[in-house]
Design a binder for this molecule. Structure first.
Ligand SMILES: C[S@@+](CC[C@H](N)C(=O)[O-])C[C@H]1O[C@@H](n2cnc3c(N)ncnc32)[C@H](O)[C@@H]1O
Length: 264
């Protein structure tokens, strides 16, 4: 990684690199909206009995049914099947580094999802390194995937709002938006797991940040939402292919603005 941004315009700075390397260079962020890889090709616990006998390491590799075909996601430069113990410690490190980049009024909107594995549910709060969890916002999707006889099909995800004590919404009206956000998925042919632009757009609209960050920028949804709102933002993305995608989307958006005065 170099210190040079991969892409920059009046509002957006995009870094190509590992977020753990770049985050220590960033400060003054009011709002983080992000969604890490979910590690879907591995399973959360060794103690559930879904491992081959003798595997108490929590490696996840021996989970019966764990496979890309079983719901995992292949990112360009990231295998979504880290040993679970490693994944958990990685995400805790990332959240701590993100926390350090926040102002005293800052908050992290951390999108992840509960998973039923066999007879028990795993909750994303397991990834919190002890930071103050203010609220869980539910992202109600427009449907689900996957059938299991042990539980109802999941049709929602969580957004953990991890906030500094001085973090406030912009108004009482913003509070009235509620804690269940019904937003249909918005697939992108060039990225396997984007969240819809409406999710970061709503977070930005209700909090009025001065600087937004997404350390797992993916297809750039957060950066596009911030740009649409006229708010400066910083993105970090490990895959050069996805950085190219983000730069293309942002450039197209600027072109569309130039031609019509409206965003795409
Ligand atoms: C769930 S996707 C994010 C999707 C994004 N919210 C969007 O709407 O497009 C997670 C992203 O994290 C990226 N990633 C994985 N490891 C990373 C790391 N160490 N540093 C930065 N980005 C990473 C992956 O390449 C992937 O694009």
């Amino acid at each position: 990684m170099t210190n040079e941004p991969y892409y920059q315009d009046d509002l957006v700075t995009l870094h190509h690199g590992d977020c753990l390397d770049v985050l220590p260079t960033i400060s003054g962020v009011d709002l983080v909206i992000t969604s890490p890889p979910y590690n879907l090709s591995a399973a959360p616990w060794g103690h559930l009995g879904h491992y081959k006998q003798g595997d108490q390491t929590g490696s996840g590799k021996a989970w019966l049914g764990a496979s890309k075909a079983g719901g995992g996601i292949a990112y360009d430069t990231h295998d979504d099947s880290m040993p679970w113990v490693e994944y958990e410690s990685w995400q805790k490190k990332c959240l701590s580094a993100i926390w350090s980049a926040l102002t005293d009024r800052g908050a992290i909107y951390y999108n992840h999802k509960p998973r039923v594995v066999g007879e028990r549910v795993w909750l994303p709060t397991e990834l919190n390194p002890g930071l103050p969890l203010r609220q869980v916002v539910i992202w109600a999707r427009s449907g689900g995937m996957g059938y299991t006889p042990t539980a109802y099909m999941s049709t929602h995800e969580w957004v953990l709002v991890i906030a500094k004590p001085e973090f406030r919404l912009k108004s009482r009206g913003a509070s009235g938006v509620g804690d269940v956000w019904s937003v249909p998925q918005q697939p992108n042919a060039d990225h396997p797991a984007p969240f819809p632009i409406a999710i970061p757009a709503r977070a930005i609209d209700t909090t009025e940040p001065k600087l937004v960050l997404d350390p797992f920028a993916g297809s750039g949804s957060t950066l596009i939402a911030a740009s649409n709102a006229g708010v400066p933002s910083i993105g970090i993305e490990k895959s050069e292919r996805y950085c190219e995608l983000i730069a293309r989307r942002l450039a197209n958006q600027t072109m569309a603005l130039d031609f019509s005065g409206e965003t795409v």
